[in-house]
Design a protein around this ligand. Structure first.
Ligand SMILES: Cc1cc2nc3c(=O)[nH]c(=O)nc-3n(C[C@H](O)[C@H](O)[C@H](O)COP(=O)(O)OP(=O)(O)OC[C@H]3O[C@@H](n4cnc5c(N)ncnc54)[C@H](O)[C@@H]3O)c2cc1C
Length: 385
């Protein structure tokens, strides 16, 4: 019996488990292969919804579903969390004390927010969790005018375009409420440009100018003075706010840090093509958990899940695993109510963004609905995105 253990039932963990279950269904039926997914949460969240909830473009209920409804036949759910990963002994300890041994391990434990690492951050808003998105939605509804700041406390963070997207959405949100002239929107970012990739940055920069969004670049957030209502940078610059939306620092999951697997922030070093932890051909890492120089994005987790499922399947069937991840990223980038563009790139090819249009906005909305039935169920893994 070959035992496949998957840690995490978010985007990457769900897709890789389901994909493996399709590929290996005969062997699972004959009890020659088992697939177990360790996931503590009964809910599976679709995080892109968190962007649209605060501005009333998506309903809270569309952001999650029952994890049990997403896993297909052949995948066994262990409702617990991993507390220790022991690569030397090919085992994982669960919080109930049980020790699971594996032949193949896929780590897809994502990332967590670390708001306590910046003084004052807990008194600001964000949209990087369902609760955060709901709180921001309420705060926006009560906001009648003043200074809004929106930006990033540190890199890396999930979905690199999301903060700029929120700035664009806020512009249209306040316009639709008839109070745009009473609101200033300032986008702050720790780099000397508005987005990590130069070609995309130029386009977003222009759009921000066009939409009257101010910019504070190279703004490395140090702390938030909640009494004086100022963001303070490491360089001593200050940004006044009435409403602050700040993406908190991200870290790898606790179990990664407790197992000594990642760097000091818990991001795991992997081979950029095979997605193996160096020295462990049977251990893979996908999604936000890696330290790869690609976006922390659901599309990345999807593409990587497809590669890893193929590699494990080939190995079990006696073929040389040949599938390789080429660094592909695909993201819709919303530039306002009813308009979006799309970014597609990989290790070797930078994105060439197309002009924003309703078509990509519509595709994004359509994709939001298809996520549950097509992407998460791994029906077209690596194809639809
Ligand atoms: C506002 C916002 C907008 C976004 N928009 C987009 C977008 O438009 N396009 C895009 O591609 N991406 C987008 N993303 C990013 C995308 O959601 C993530 O990159 C993606 O979910 C990563 O998948 P993952 O499987 O690595 O992690 P996750 O989906 O976060 O899953 C991690 C899982 O691991 C589990 N876990 C944690 N610790 C343990 C443990 N110890 N044991 C077992 N399980 C554990 C968690 O419960 C969770 O189920 C967005 C994110 C946000 C916040």
């Amino acid at each position: 019996m070959k035992r496949i253990l998957v840690l995490g039932g978010g985007t990457g963990g769900t897709i890789v488990s389901n994909r493996l279950a399709y590929e290996l269904s005969d062997l699972i039926r004959d009890e020659k292969v088992s697939i177990e997914v360790v996931n503590p949460s009964e809910r599976h969240y679709y995080q892109p919804a968190f962007l649209l909830i605060p501005v009333n473009k998506m309903d809270e209920r569309e952001a999650y579903t029952k994890f049990s409804s997403l896993i297909t036949e052949g995948v066994k759910w262990i409702k617990d969390k991993a507390v220790k990963i022991d690569l030397e002994n090919s085992s994982v300890t669960l919080s109930n004390g049980e020790v699971k041994e594996y032949d193949y391990l896929v780590i897809s434990t994502g990332s967590v927010l670390d708001p306590s690492s910046v003084k004052g951050l807990e008194d600001t808003y964000h949209f990087y969790s369902l609760d955060g998105a709901k709180m921001l939605k309420n705060a926006l509804a009560e906001f009648e005018g003043g200074k809004v700041v929106i930006g990033v406390s540190s890199i890396p963070y999930r979905c690199p375009p999301a903060p700029a997207e929120m700035a664009f959405l806020l512009n249209d949100y306040f316009t639709s409420r008839g109070i745009r002239d009473k609101v200033s929107i300032t986008y702050f970012y720790p780099l000397p440009r508005v987005f990590p990739i130069a070609g995309v940055s130029e386009i977003l920069d222009e759009l921000m100018d066009k939409k009257g969004i101010e910019k504070a670049l190279m703004f490395n957030l140090d702390y938030i003075d909640t009494e004086r209502k100022k963001l303070v940078s490491l360089e001593g610059e200050e940004l006044d706010y009435d409403l602050a939306i700040v993406i908190p620092p991200h870290k790898g999951a606790q179990v990664i840090r407790d197992s000594g697997l990642g760097d000091e922030d818990g991001w795991i070093d992997v081979d950029r093509y095979t997605l193996n932890i160096p020295g462990y051909d049977n251990v893979y890492v996908i999604g936000d958990a890696t330290n790869l120089p690609v976006s922390k994005a659901g599309s990345v987790a999807d593409f990587e899940a497809e590669v890893v499922a193929k590699r494990i399947t080939d190995d079990i069937l006696g073929y040389e695993p040949a599938a390789r991840y080429n660094g592909k990223v695909m993201c819709f980038l919303v530039t306002g109510f009813g308009e979006a563009t799309v970014l597609v790139f990989d290790y070797d090819n930078p994105p060439t963004p197309v002009p924003p249009s309703f078509v990509y906005y519509w595709l994004k909305l359509a994709y939001n609905k298809m996520y549950w039935t097509i992407t998460a169920k791994a029906l077209l893994a690596g194809v639809v995105l």
